[in-house]
Design a protein around this ligand. Structure first.
Ligand code: NAP
Length: 470
């Protein structure tokens, strides 16, 4: 595929191979952008931003709606491509495509949320003769940098609100998974988006991504990815607005009065979807000592039934990890925990980029597998004595994206909601739950700012005040 620079399809001699993680075949190639391509993307985006500023709200709604409709019409083709470039199962890929349709549909409506307010200038003596209001203006150029795990919907969470707010966008997808994003760019152009308002530039994060964030022209950098890269971007990028959606090692608390069937059913999905490579994957299960044996036995039975294999096979529950190197990293993390006293309830088994589903019991806060983001098909189990103990364990993390609690006691649930430091608390639900319109983002090292269409649209506008001297 070609990359898109200001609406034009551009090829380069130097290529990046896009590999299917399931069988290591080359699915396609994309150009590796150079310095001058980044400069072109930026200067075209400047012109695109000027054009977008004058594009009426109803035209932006039409473009976003048409985009959603075209994605719906091409859903199965896009799901297959997603499955091949990420290695996610076809069922997971279909869910992502339908969420992406929803994201664009919500953004089309979100155009109507770009509003302002009057300001009571007579609140201070001397200003009685003033009247005014503020309005929300497009920020200008939004740079969107995305990770490999949800190429379509996570890019949509940046591109769609940026357009709804009247901005131009430069999207830099993960080099491992750029194909669906190029398709999304193409669909936006076919839906009538001004050509210079969109670039999908392919190339290395270190070079292309860094050069984009360092440039003074973009007003907003919206990044989803690892904490390490997020920190580098904020240090290098200087004075701009940042939306940072970073990692996590999400906890789930299970109290003795929980509906165990529900908890087990949900955790066996939330810990293993996309081979655990989800930022809000269930990682740390904190279970009350009195129900630990029962819970663990039921979870083991449920996880043992997960079928591992070809992502395009409708019956597959768990596909490969994105690369063999990633699977080896996660395998090492598990083996280190075992050496420190954790117990594997299923054998640690890796074949190439496949890591088989794992449950690690007797995991303690000293172990890396408890402290770090595992980003792999594994769930750890740690025991707690009471709710206070559980909350303390849940908060023993540099991260704070989402957390869950299973209990039938409303007071316990709300105490956890108040005291766990995370951007979202799910009650009788796993942290992996996300509805595309809800405010979404993290505390601590999990990030800065919020996505969700309303919040992202606001973040991607600037407030301009107008004061009238009567
Ligand atoms: P990553 O390695 O941080 O890469 C993310 C993006 O940043 C890629 O497009 C990458 O480009 C680019 N990049 C790398 N170095 C850069 C630099 N120096 N300057 C600018 N851009 C740079 O993350 P990943 O491995 O793709 O994704 C996994 C991580 O994403 C996990 O930590 C996960 O928790 C997090 N995540 C968070 C959320 C959330 O909503 N909070 C959602 C999904 C994933 P290249 O591909 O070319 O290197």
């Amino acid at each position: 595929m070609k990359m898109i620079l200001g609406g034009k399809f551009v090829d380069r001699k130097s290529k990046i191979n896009v590999i299917n993680p399931y069988d290591n075949s080359v699915i396609d190639t994309v150009p590796s952008a150079d310095e001058s391509d980044v400069e072109d993307a930026l200067s075209l985006a400047e012109e695109g931003a000027r054009e977008m500023r004058h594009l009426p709200a109803h035209a932006r709604t039409t473009i976003l709606r048409k985009t959603a409709e075209t994605i719906r019409a091409r859903a199965e083709e896009l799901a297959t491509l997603l499955s091949r470039e990420v290695g996610k199962t076809i069922l997971e890929a279909r869910t992502e495509v339908s969420r992406c349709i929803n994201t664009f549909t919500l953004a089309a409506e979100g155009v109507h949320w770009v509003t302002g307010e009057t300001v009571p200038f007579d609140a201070a003596p001397g200003s009685e003769n003033k009247m005014g209001f503020y309005m929300r203006c497009p920020a200008g150029i939004v740079v969107a940098i995305t990770p490999f795990n949800f190429p379509l919907n996570l890019a949509a969470h940046k591109v769609a609100p940026a357009i709804a707010a009247g901005n131009s966008v430069i999207l830099k997808p993960a080099s491992l998974t750029p194909l669906c994003d190029i398709q999304m760019g193409k669909i936006l152009l076919e839906s009538g988006l001004p050509r210079k308002a969109i670039s999908v530039i392919t190339g290395s994060g270190e070079k292309v991504g860094m050069r984009l964030v360092k440039d003074p022209r973009p007003r907003i950098v919206s990044f989803t990815g690892s904490v390490e890269v997020g920190q580098k971007i904020m240090l290098a990028g200087g004075l701009k607005k940042y939306i940072m959606e970073l990692g996590s090692n999400s906890p789930v608390i299970i109290l003795p009065d929980a509906d165990l069937d529900l908890a087990v059913k949900k955790i066996s999905v939330g810990g293993y979807t996309l081979a655990g490579q989800v930022c809000i994957s269930v990682q740390r299960v904190i279970v009350h000592q009195s129900i630990r044996k029962d819970f663990t036995a039921r979870l083991l039975e449920s996880v043992s039934a997960l079928t591992v294999g070809d992502p395009l096979d409708e019956k597959t529950c768990v596909g490969p990890m994105i690369t063999e190197a990633e699977a080896k990293r996660a395998e090492r993390l598990c083996n280190e925990a075992l050496a420190q006293g954790a117990k594997a309830l299923l054998p640690v088994k890796r074949e190439g980029s496949f890591l088989y589903p794992l449950i690690l019991d007797e995991v303690t806060p000293e172990m890396e597998v408890f402290c770090q983001e595992a980003f792999a098909p594994l769930v750890t189990i740690s025991a707690c004595q009471n709710l206070e103990d559980a909350i303390q364990l849940a908060n023993m993390s540099r991260y704070g994206l989402q957390a869950g609690i299973f209990t039938s006691n409303i007071s316990a649930a709300l105490k956890a909601a108040k005291e766990i430091d995370a951007g979202g608390i799910m009650i009788n639900e796993i942290p992996t739950y996300r509805l595309d319109l809800m405010p979404y983002g993290g505390m601590k090292d999990s990030g800065v700012g919020r996505e969700g269409l309303k919040q992202a649209i606001e973040e991607m506008t600037e407030i301009k005040l107008v004061c009238i001297n009567l």
